[in-house]
Design a protein around this ligand. Structure first.
Ligand SMILES: *Cc1c(COP(=O)(O)O)cnc(C)c1O
Length: 377
C-alpha cells in the first residue's frame, strides 16, 4: 500500500518549491559569451551541483552556449561523461592523489596543477593519454597556485612531459568585484614573466568578465564564469549599476512557498523564538512554509525583503527550522495559500543575501535536498 502512494506530485504536500528557468540560464550564458573576446572560450562553472541548481539539468541547458565546463568533484565529472557530455571539463582543484590521475585521463578531464610536487607525480605516472593542464599561479589570492618565481620553469617542464597535453596558464582574481580590481594581479604576473601572454591563458571569473572592457590580456583566452550564469551579481544588490538587473542577468532559481497561517496580533506582542520582533501596532503576520532547513539563511534580519502575492514586505522575527514569518499588515489580499517568493523572479537573491550578511552564491548552494525542484521552459 505504502509503495503505491505518491509522496509528492506537486499538487499537494508542503508548498515549498524551487523552480529553475532554462531560458534564463541560456540567456545568462549568452551574456557571458558576448563579453568574451571573439576567439576566447567559455568554461561554464558548474561546481557544487551547479551552485545548487542541479548539475545535469544545468549542463544540458548550457551545452550549446559554452565551450566546456569546470567542476571540482570527481563524481560530477563522472556523471557528466556518463550522460554523454564530451565537452572539455576542467577539474578546478586538480587531483588529490596519483590514483586520481588515471581516472582523469580515462574521463578525458583537464587538471589544474597548483603545487610543484604535482608535476613530479605527473611525471612518474603512466597515463593512457596526455592530460590538458591548467598551471595555476598565485598572483596574490594566496590560496592555491605556484609562486611566480617557479612559474616559467614549471611551464617549460610541463610542456616537455609526455603525460601533458595543452598547457594553459591560469590565475584567479581576489578582488575583481571590488575597488582593488584585477590589474594588480596581472601586473605581478607580467613583472615575473613578461612573455606570459604568449601562452594560452585563463583568468576571468564572472566579476572580471562583467567589469569589461573585454581586453583579452585581462580576461585570458579561457574565461570561467560561474555566478553570472545563475543570474546573480558578484557585487550583490546594492552597488549602483552592478545589480543583476543592471548587468542584464536573469534569475534562474526562484524559491517559492505559500502562507500556511496568518496571525492577527496586538501591539506589544512578539513573534517567533526569543521574541526578537515586537509589534508596535496591531499587525497581521504571515507564516511561510520555509525555514533554515530549506536553505533560507537564519541570519536574515528583519529588513530582509520577501514577496507575498507579488508585493514586497519584510521578515518579522527569527527564521526557524521550518517556518519564517513576515508582515502582511499592508497586504489585504494575503491569506492562507497566498504565493510567497523567497528569492528569484521579482526579488533578487542578492537583495536577500545582502540583508542576511551573505552572498547569493551561499544561498544557492545551501538550497536543501528536501526542497522539491522543477525545471521550466
Ligand atoms: C568558482 C570559480 C570560478 C567562478 O567564479 P564566479 O565568481 O562564480 O564567476 C572561477 N574560477 C575558479 C578557479 C573558481 O573556483
Amino acid at each position: 500500500m505504502l509503495e503505491n502512494t505518491p509522496l509528492f506530485t506537486g499538487d499537494y504536500g508542503r508548498p515549498i518549491t524551487a523552480r529553475f528557468s532554462r531560458s534564463a540560464l541560456v540567456h545568462n550564458a549568452r551574456r557571458a559569451k558576448q563579453l568574451t573576446p571573439a576567439e576566447g572560450q567559455v568554461l561554464g562553472v558548474i561546481k557544487a551541483d551547479a551552485y545548487g541548481h542541479g548539475l545535469l539539468e544545468s549542463a544540458a541547458a548550457l551545452r550549446d552556449q559554452v565551450d566546456g565546463f569546470a567542476v571540482l568533484e570527481l563524481e560530477a565529472a563522472r556523471q557528466l561523461r556518463q550522460h554523454g557530455c564530451d565537452a572539455p571539463i576542467l577539474m578546478l582543484e586538480g587531483f588529490h592523489s596519483p590514483a586520481e590521475l588515471n581516472v582523469f585521463a580515462t574521463l578525458s578531464l583537464s587538471t589544474i596543477i597548483h603545487r610543484l610536487d604535482q608535476i613530479d607525480t605527473l611525471a612518474q605516472t603512466d597515463l593512457p593519454l596526455p592530460l590538458p593542464v591548467f598551471l595555476k599561479l598565485n598572483t596574490g589570492m594566496n590560496r592555491l597556485g605556484l609562486a611566480l618565481t617557479d612559474a616559467q620553469t614549471a611551464y617549460e617542464r610541463l610542456r616537455a612531459l609526455p603525460q601533458v597535453g595543452e598547457v594553459t596558464v591560469m590565475t584567479h582574481f581576489a578582488d575583481a568585484d571590488n575597488a582593488r580590481g584585477t590589474a594588480w594581479q596581472l601586473e605581478r604576473l607580467l613583472a615575473a614573466w613578461p612573455e606570459v601572454m604568449n601562452c594560452r591563458t585563463s583568468f576571468a571569473n564572472s566579476a572580471a568578465l562583467l567589469k569589461g572592457p573585454a581586453d583579452r590580456r585581462a580576461l585570458g583566452d579561457v574565461v570561467r564564469p560561474g555566478i553570472m550564469l545563475y543570474g546573480a551579481s558578484p557585487w550583490g544588490d546594492s552597488v549602483v549599476g552592478k545589480t543583476a538587473n543592471d548587468l542584464g542577468l536573469q534569475p534562474v532559481m526562484t524559491l517559492g512557498s505559500e502562507l500556511i497561517a496568518i496571525q492577527d496580533i496586538q501591539a506589544g506582542e512578539r513573534v517567533g523564538y526569543g521574541g526578537t520582533f515586537t509589534a508596535d501596532r496591531p499587525m497581521r503576520i504571515g507564516v511561510v512554509a520555509c525555514g533554515y532547513a530549506d536553505g533560507y539563511p537564519r541570519h536574515a534580519t528583519s529588513q530582509t525583503p520577501i514577496l507575498v502575492n507579488g508585493q514586497r514586505t519584510t521578515l518579522t522575527g527569527r527564521v526557524s527550522m521550518d517556518r519564517l514569518c513576515c508582515d502582511v499588515t499592508h497586504i489585504p489580499t494575503a491569506r492562507v495559500g497566498s504565493a510567497v517568493t523567497l528569492w528569484g523572479d521579482g526579488l533578487p537573491a542578492d537583495a536577500v543575501a545582502d540583508s542576511a550578511g551573505t552572498i547569493a552564491y551561499e544561498l544557492f548552494c545551501a538550497l536543501a535536498p528536501r526542497v522539491p525542484r522543477v525545471w521550466q521552459d
